[in-house]
Design a protein around this ligand. Structure first.
Ligand code: PEP
Length: 243
C-alpha cells in the first residue's frame, strides 16, 4: 500500500516570522503516522529545514531547473535545493503551467533532474474547468501523467498530485465520485502502483476526512490551509485516522 502523505504548498507566502507556524506544527500536531511535508518559498527552505532537523517533518521546494548548474539567472537547480535541506520538489503545479507556460515534457525533464539530485518529485496534473465540462478529464490527466512522468519513476522517487485547476484556491472541490474516478484511472496507469496519489484543491479541515476515505487517495497537497499549523494539523489528523 502506498505511503500516506500530507504535503503543504506555501506558494509565494511566508517570511521568517512565519516559521513560528512550523514550531507550532511540530509541537502540537506531530509526530504523525503519515509523512508530513511543507514546501515553503525557496527563501525559507534552509531555515525551515534547520527547524525540522531531527523531526519527521520534511521540507520541499516548489520548482527546480532542469540543469544542475549554469547561466540561468534567477533559477534554482535541484542539487541546490537538496543542499539547502529539501527532500522533495513540487513540479508542474498548474500555476507554473499557466504562469510560466510549462508543459509536461519540461516537467518530466525537471523530474529527471530532481531524481538525479536525490529529491522526490511531486508531480502535479489536473484538468481545467473547460476540459471537465467537455468530458475530457480522464483523457487530459492520463496524457499529462504519461508525458510528465520520467520512465524510471518509482514510489521512492515520485509522488503524483491530482489537482483540478478549477478547485485550486477556489473553495470548490469535485464530488467524491469524481475524485474516485480520476484516482482509480491514475492508479491503473501508474508504472509503479505503490506511487502515492495525492488529491489537491481546496482541501481543508472540514472536508479532509471524506476525501481521505476515498480509495486510491493517499493524502493531499494543500495550499491555503497549510499556512496555519492548526488547520494543517487538523488535516494531518484526518489523514492519520483514515484507512
Ligand atoms: C495547491 O496550491 O496546490 C492547492 C491545492 O491550493 P489550495 O489548497 O489553496 O486549493
Amino acid at each position: 500500500m502506498p505511503r500516506k502523505l500530507a504535503a503543504g504548498n506555501w506558494k509565494m507566502n511566508g517570511l521568517a516570522a512565519d516559521l513560528a507556524q512550523i514550531d507550532a506544527l511540530l509541537r502540537d500536531h506531530m509526530p504523525s503516522t503519515a509523512e508530513v511535508l511543507i514546501c515553503p518559498p525557496a527563501t525559507l527552505i534552509a531555515a525551515m529545514a534547520a527547524r525540522a532537523h531531527g523531526t519527521a517533518l520534511q521540507v520541499g521546494a516548489q520548482d527546480c531547473h532542469t540543469a544542475a548548474t549554469g547561466a540561468h539567472t534567477g533559477d534554482i537547480a535541484a542539487p541546490m535545493l537538496a543542499d539547502a535541506g529539501a527532500s522533495h520538489v513540487i513540479l508542474g503545479h498548474s500555476e507554473r503551467r499557466a504562469d510560466h507556460g510549462e508543459g509536461s515534457a519540461l516537467v518530466a525533464a525537471k523530474a529527471r533532474a530532481a531524481h538525479t539530485a536525490g529529491l522526490v518529485a511531486l508531480i502535479c496534473i489536473g484538468e481545467t474547468e473547460a476540459q471537465r465540462d467537455a468530458g475530457q478529464t480522464l483523457a487530459v490527466v492520463t496524457e499529462q501523467l504519461r508525458e510528465s512522468l520520467p520512465e524510471a519513476a518509482t514510489a521512492a522517487s515520485t509522488v503524483i498530485a491530482y489537482e483540478p485547476v478549477w478547485a485550486i484556491g477556489t473553495g470548490r472541490t469535485p464530488s467524491i465520485e469524481q475524485i474516485a474516478e480520476v484516482h482509480d484511472t491514475l492508479r491503473a496507469a501508474l508504472p509503479d502502483p505503490e506511487i502515492a496519489l495525492l488529491y489537491g484543491g481546496s482541501v481543508k479541515p472540514s472536508n479532509a476526512a471524506e476525501i481521505f476515505a476515498i480509495g486510491n487517495v493517499d493524502g493531499a497537497l494543500v495550499g491555503g490551509a497549510s499556512l496555519k499549523a492548526a488547520d494543517f494539523g487538523a488535516i494531518i489528523a484526518a489523514l492519520d485516522a483514515s484507512r
